[in-house]
Design a protein around this ligand. Structure first.
Ligand SMILES: Cc1ncc(COP(=O)(O)O)c(C=O)c1O
Length: 493
């Protein structure tokens, strides 16, 4: 065998060994590099200098690979792994058992009953996307479906599409697809408008249904736009908005309150309100309740019917993956539908939209809350995106969501970076699908993580939000993301 062949075979063996050792952890690579250095010294001492030089080169390559960040599993490169440091963080307290290794993440993936759903999403190579709290990822079925609606339905059937493809029925048909995700019955949900408009409608309806009560109650941590909408709806009805700390909500509920308006999952911290408890407390004083489910639908079981929720709204572009600006949904409990009036009546909420009568006569059921023509192309995208929820129970999604959050928090805690602080509740049961971290250089932290393919979201001045879509992510994805975030934070000091 010629020396060239021998060195070629050795190079292949070297690469295979590197790959195997990288999967086990950085300490193994260091050991490998030291072994190469020892072999090199032996080569020089025994006069075999080409062998000595080759060993030095391999040792250098091994040490240089240690500098690489962990590679996200869906990137083009090989899967990198590093040993998780066991140093306690001052800000994020590790779980006592600290079981958050890459191997553990892989075991969780192997046991994950909904792990296959990740393949239904289209993600750029090398990206781990943790920004579903802002905009959910693209479901792979969406582009073809939108193309079909545009080219084959609109392009070919033209205005006949309204009847041939039943476009007018889509707001209710697609509402029925969202109903099981939020624990509602068919005929209790429609899809139209935007969250703010939907909220304007249900708050206006609630205020009209309680004419002797002139207070809309909300909490200071509610999404600010909801507070603006509530203020507008209250003013339009001669009522007023009262905003209290979330801990004082139940105390503030009294017989002046017409409707209590809250967001189930806090957009900043991911904290979960006790929906059953607050709903029951509001009912005890005769108030109605409106829940904003923007950060819950598709990630957290809501149980609208089980908990006797009166009214709810939510967007479809976060954990329902409907796409940028996709229409919102609106839920009205069936027993209230006759009693409540749509404060923005329009022709499509009329009992006979094409009768063009001068008098307003509301449609039966949830349809009376429609106002305008359906956004057909956006609805086609949402319809295709919802396919990933078919046959998947929201309880299974929640179970995975909690485990993903625990993994993320655990890996960051184990990394022991004192500058990182957990801004979310410590217990996974008290959070939605989002983990928020506080860091003095949060913007730089997120920019550094994004450079390495990990996408989170910045809320000034110091909040990093990581919204984890349970269907679109593997445990390994989240492990790599948390490692990367901790690594960048460590480099920022
Ligand atoms: C909790 C919450 N409510 C309301 C909104 C406003 O939604 P829209 O722009 O559809 O009115 C958002 C937007 O992100 C939100 O997060």
């Amino acid at each position: 065998m010629s020396p060239v062949t021998i060195y070629g075979l050795c190079a292949v063996a070297f690469m295979m060994a590197m790959y195997a050792l990288e999967r086990r952890g950085r300490i193994y690579i260091v050991g490998f590099a030291l072994g190469c250095l020892a072999a090199s010294a032996y080569g020089f001492l025994s006069g075999a200098w080409p062998f000595g030089v080759a060993e030095i080169v391999w040792s250098a390559i091994a040490l240089l690979r240690l500098r690489r960040p962990a590679t996200p599993p869906n990137s083009c490169g090989s899967v990198g792994a590093s040993v998780v440091p066991r140093v306690r963080s001052t800000g994020v307290t590790p779980a006592p058992a600290s079981p958050w290794t890459l191997d553990r993440a892989r075991v969780l993936d192997a046991e994950d009953p909904i792990g296959g759903a990740r393949r239904a999403f289209s993600m750029p190579p090398g990206v781990v996307y943790l920004n579903a709290n802002s905009l959910g990822p693209l479901a792979a079925a969406v582009p073809a479906r939108v193309r079909r609606t545009v080219e084959e339905e609109w392009g070919v059937t033209l205005s006949k599409g309204w009847t041939e493809h039943a476009w007018m029925e889509w707001p209710l048909r697609i509402g029925d697809r969202i109903a099981p995700v939020i624990g509602a019955m068919p005929g209790e949900v429609l899809v139209a408008d935007t969250t703010s408009i939907a909220l304007t409608k249900v708050l206006g309806a609630a205020l009209r249904a309680r004419p002797t009560r002139r207070v809309v109650l909300s909490s200071t941590d509610n999404f600010p736009s909801d507070l603006y909408v509530a203020m507008g709806a209250a003013r339009a009805s001669g009522a007023q908005l009262e905003v209290v700390d979330r801990t004082e909500l139940e105390e503030a509920l009294d017989d002046r309150v017409a409707v209590c308006c809250l967001t189930q999952v806090d957009f900043r911290t991911g904290a979960l309100h006790d929906l059953p408890r607050i709903t029951a407390a509001a009912h005890r004083v005769g108030a109605l309740v409106v829940w904003d489910l923007c950060h819950s639908a598709g990630a957290v079981p809501v149980g609208c019917d089980a908990h006797d929720v009166d009214l709810a709204v939510g967007c479809t572009y976060k954990y329902l993956n409907g796409g940028p600006g996709s229409p919102s949904f609106l839920y009205v409990r069936r027993r209230l539908q006759r009693e409540l009036e749509n404060p923005l009546p329009g022709w499509l909420g009329h009992a006979d939209p094409f009768g063009f009568a001068l008098d307003w006569e509301p449609a039966e059921g949830i349809g009376r809350f429609l106002t305008s023509s359906p956004p057909v192309i956006a609805l086609a995208a949402l319809d295709a995106a919802l396919d990933v929820f078919d046959g998947v129970s929201i309880d299974t999604i929640r179970k995975k969501s909690k485990a993903l959050g625990e993994l993320f928090v655990g890996v960051v805690a184990d990394a022991g970076v004192p500058s990182i602080e957990l801004a979310s509740p410590a217990s996974a049961g008290d959070r939605g699908a989002q983990v928020s971290l506080r860091h003095p250089r949060a913007a730089e932290l997120l920019a550094g993580a994004a450079d390495r393919g990990v996408v989170g979201d910045f809320r000034p001045p110091s909040l990093c939000r990581f919204g984890m879509s349970p269907l679109a992510l593997s445990f390994e994805d989240v492990w790599h993301a948390a490692e990367t975030v901790a690594d960048v934070a460590r480099s920022l000091g």
